[in-house]
Ligand binder design. Sequence first.
Ligand SMILES: Cc1cc2nc3c(=O)[nH]c(=O)nc-3n(C[C@H](O)[C@H](O)[C@H](O)COP(=O)(O)OP(=O)(O)OC[C@H]3O[C@@H](n4cnc5c(N)ncnc54)[C@H](O)[C@@H]3O)c2cc1C
Length: 416
Amino acid sequence: MVQTDICIIGAGPAGATAALQLAYMGIPCVVVDKAVFPRDKVCGDGLSGKVLTLLSRIDPGIAERLQQYVFKEDSWGVTFIAANRMSINIPYKPGYEKLPGEPRGFVCKRIHFDNFLVEELRRCPQVQLIEGKSITKYDLRPDGYLLTDASGSLQIRTKLVIAANGAHSGFTKDVAGIRMEPKHYVAGIRAYYSGIKGLHADNLIELHFLKNVLPGYFWIFPLPNGEANVGVGMLSKVARRRKINLKQLLLDAVQSDPVLRERFRDATLRGNIDGYGLPLGSKKRRLSGERYMLVGDAAFLIDPFTGEGIGNAMYSARMAAQQAAACIAANDFSAATMLAYDANIARVLGPELTMSTRLQKLIRFPWLLNMLMRLGARNKELQELMTCMFHEVDLRKKLAKPQFYLRLLLGRGLRP
Ligand SMILES: Cc1cc2nc3c(=O)[nH]c(=O)nc-3n(C[C@H](O)[C@H](O)[C@H](O)COP(=O)(O)OP(=O)(O)OC[C@H]3O[C@@H](n4cnc5c(N)ncnc54)[C@H](O)[C@@H]3O)c2cc1C
């Protein structure tokens, strides 16, 4: 029997971040994960600037150690490729060529990135990490939760639960009552290849909006040592309706698409092609209740347009840790008090999720992306605007409005 004020279920990016933030505030916690680290997690392995920003807010030392981590590849931006095969390169930061040493994002296999975070946890005396135990029972009692693992050999008494156990969280389903809805969920698969030709010299990640994958995309994310993460993500509702086998879709794309076939001619598939779900933040949900908060994928917070979930998982986890500190200080774990966490999520992540939901709906129309690429290829102003989209939610708002495309077609200025 383990006794604690705060138990975090899951030590992925969300769980580890919550524990690191608590440790930084001097608050002890127990973190329990069903896996033993290092462990893999099916993912595109793309990490946006949000990750470093968030870690440096917790402790600049952690961000610095991640900057020096050898298992990652720095990436300077994104190449968008429309169905008509026209493409534009959009750097994360305007003029990045002039600022070497300041990457805005990177690609790192999850077996390495998640282990980096867990190693950080191991440095914290306030964190008790329990590995290899799957929590399957959650009993709410007057003084807190009694959590039990699948074998019955571990019991944890805790005043508060932070559920960070990912896309298939039993806690989310059984306690919070949130279920998978195919229109708010993406099915994704990823493979590792080596020897793909034509990767960008600055490791721009590639999003290919192939016609038969919309609304979703095929991606190539460059990794260290000439490897790349290659995958496909597609709205589950559409994949089910069209009875699509994603593995076959990926293999068909690299074998039959005229451009990709050439680039993959000498490439080698390394290991298996694996799949996992992406719970999207395209619907507002209640993420807390009496004595609990949901974070990361367990809270359905993945960006519906980009598929980015790690950054949002870490942002939500830090907010949950701060809320947990307030609950402990006030000795108040009521559902009403926990609403402050929901309000914070809505304030910080809400506007971005709303805009991305609109953009996700727009990319269903291949002609729209084709047009954007055609105009973007020769319109510097549009390229700059898309660069700023990465940091400015207000600009995403603009991209989600029909008037924007009308102005574009009429050749009018894009900024007010
Ligand atoms: C194909 C694919 C591609 C993706 N590409 C990207 C990308 O490029 N960039 C990006 O930002 N995001 C991407 N995502 C999303 C990203 O993987 C998730 O958003 C991210 O992993 C969420 O982190 P998390 O900590 O909430 O959950 P997870 O990373 O899933 O961690 C959950 C942890 O909980 C543990 N656990 C589960 N159940 C239990 C239990 N009962 N008891 C104890 N422990 C438990 C697991 O072992 C795991 O360690 C992708 C997802 C998929 C499927």
